[in-house]
Design a protein around this ligand. Structure first.
Ligand code: NAD
Length: 248
């Protein structure tokens, strides 16, 4: 059986680059209409103009989860939809610092983007899914939502939190055929990783990871697509760690 996303509408936060873009592109090629958020209004405008010329099955929204007015405006737009079949809470930031140097502003910002924004979207979209008797939700955590290492206390606090949110929501929503899971990527080659790791660190990691390489965005997207698909009927509240065996 093939994945079939024709007639499915799926919202992906942070879908203009990295893992989120890969998921949005893959779902689009499988027939979905994808609602994609980006932070840069100019870029979003350009992307919408390009999409208008094509199939109109990619719709971009500008939202900054650090700006309350922007978030409120976005939630208003989202609530206008009568149907949203899938949600991927992917937007995330990671500022590395040992706890003794961590700033309260970093704590606030990481909580807002990594944990509050998924809460707000689950809260806004679950009623639409309940009404339609169908929904598939994937919250993107991290291996640092399962283990932690130095300089990652704040990031880990948000990413451990994500899976708590998943498990709780899975209990609230399973009876309505709304399934909620976490995907926890290992080290993926994206802008976020390139900013936080040196080339030497990346080479060392590729040695340590049992599969002997860092992940490509496609390695993560394949799992997200399965969880969102018509082939997932019975998996909910789980944390799928996609890390090439790093945490084994
Ligand atoms: P990325 O930096 O390439 O993309 C992050 C996305 O989040 C961007 O699209 C960005 O627009 C969005 N975002 C950032 N700040 C935002 C804000 N204030 N408001 C709204 N959106 C905002 O990162 P990525 O590597 O593709 O990461 C995607 C997700 O995967 C994140 O949640 C990250 O924590 C998680 N993750 C990444 C890795 C990795 O190795 N790259 C590993 C584990 C988990």
């Amino acid at each position: 059986m093939q994945f079939d996303f024709r007639n499915k509408i799926i919202l992906i936060t942070g879908g203009t680059r990295g893992i989120g873009k890969q998921v949005a592109d893959d779902l689009y090629s499988l027939g979905a209409t994808v609602l994609i958020t980006g932070t840069n209004p100019k870029e979003v405008k350009t992307l919408n103009e390009a999409a208008e010329k094509g199939s109109k099955k990619k719709i971009y929204f500008a939202v900054d989860f650090l700006k309350p007015e922007s978030v409120n405006q976005f939630l208003k737009e989202v609530k206008k939809y009568n149907r949203i079949d899938g949600l991927v809470n992917n937007a995330g930031i990671n500022r590395l610092n040992p706890i003794q140097n961590a700033q309260v502003s970093d704590w606030d910002d990481m909580l807002n983007v990594n944990l509050t924004s998924p809460f707000l979207l689950l809260n806004a979209i679950s009623p639409i899914m309940i009404q339609n008797g169908y929904g598939r939700i994937v919250n993107i955590s991290s291996i640092f939502g399962v283990i932690s290492k130095e300089k990652r206390s704040v990031y880990s606090a948000t990413k451990f939190g994500i899976h708590g949110l998943t498990v709780g929501c899975s209990n609230d929503l399973a009876r309505y055929n709304v399934l909620v899971n976490t995907v926890s990527p290992g080290f993926v080659l994206t802008d976020l990783t390139k900013k936080n790791l040196t080339k030497t660190e990346m080479a060392t990691l590729s040695e340590i990871i049992p599969i002997k390489r860092m992940a490509e965005t496609k390695d993560i997207s394949n799992v997200v697509v399965f969880l969102l698909s018509n082939l997932n009927h019975y998996l909910t509240g789980q944390n799928i760690v996609v890390d090439g065996g790093y945490t084994n």
